[in-house]
Design a protein. Structure first.
Length: 293
């Protein structure tokens, strides 16, 4: 049985590091997937700044579960060699923050040109994974929209064809593209690493809290529970309120069934929704914040 722990994109709760730490501590979350701090992408900080960020997180009992990087979010026809320094820098960032995981993507591809660019996607990913593996870091692919890897069959192809590439499962991203999430988790289990938590309703193109959409998140968590005995991050990515960096990371119109006055209010609601879902599914939280059946 898995040991589930909460992590979060805390930039959805607040812009500054102080606000993000406060949100995590007050919600009893001990892991973060840093993406933006003070409006600045995590991979753009200096070594000295990253060391200070890690120190401040550690003194508040928070560790970095994975780096919420943007690498791979560029066009497949863009020059690859000139992009490699950014990949190498992201690997350095992960090491400085004390994590072995990097969230990444597999390049924007026109959906009517998937077969044309498939081999180049695989070639680039293999080179990126090789760079990461040499430093003891795992690149973890998220099933994002508009990339080669937004649908279950594409994820299956990537994780089968690129040894060492990890998989991140995101139910909402699958549903926003009308994909079957059970097929999605089946593909991701080829080399599953962890899960992003947000839910969605396809017909409305709406992001909703965990359990309120069509993502079958409770069922997916049970599947993962039966698949591994490892620690698994459930990384909250609420997308329930337009936070500062939203437009730079997602071009979907942000619509929701709930109204929140602040990002922190939406973040707290998302945490509670996930906790309620797990409780109803028969999971309990121990004194270390680990959820188990």
């Amino acid at each position: 049985m898995a040991k589930f722990v909460f992590s979060a994109f805390a930039d959805e709760a607040g812009n500054s590091l102080d606000e993000q730490i406060k949100a995590l501590v007050e919600n009893g979350i001990h892991y973060i997937e840093p993406r933006n701090i003070d409006g600045k992408c995590i991979i753009d900080f200096t070594d000295e700044e990253l060391i200070e960020i890690r120190r401040r997180l550690n003194e508040n009992g928070i560790k970095v579960g994975s780096v919420g990087s943007p690498i791979g979010k560029y066009g497949i026809t863009d020059d690859f060699d000139s992009y490699l320094p950014k990949v190498k820098r992201t690997i350095e960032v992960a090491k400085l923050l004390g994590t072995k995981y990097i969230r990444m993507f597999s390049f924007f591809v026109k959906q009517n040109e998937l077969s044309i660019h498939r081999d180049e996607v695989i070639r680039r990913l293999k080179e990126m994974v090789k760079l990461a593996e040499a430093e003891g870091v795992v690149l973890c692919h998220e099933n994002e929209s508009k990339i080669y890897g937004q649908m279950p069959n594409e994820v299956k192809d990537l994780l089968t064809s690129v040894p060492g590439l990890g998989g991140i499962f995101d139910a909402a991203n699958y549903r926003m593209n009308n994909a079957n999430t059970m097929e999605g988790i089946g593909a991701t289990l080829i080399n599953f690493k962890y899960m992003h938590i947000k839910d969605a309703i396809y017909s409305e193109q709406t992001i909703v809290p965990a359990g309120e959409g069509e993502g079958k998140i409770a069922d997916i968590i049970d599947v993962i529970n039966g698949h591994t005995d490892a620690e698994v991050y459930l990384t909250l990515e609420p997308h329930l309120h337009a936070f500062l960096a939203y437009k730079s990371i997602d071009d979907h119109e942000l619509k929701g069934k709930h109204h929140f006055n602040t990002g922190r209010e939406a973040f707290d609601f998302a945490v509670s929704a996930l906790a309620d879902l797990l409780t109803k599914q028969g999971y309990g939280k121990d004194e270390n914040g680990v959820w188990k059946k």
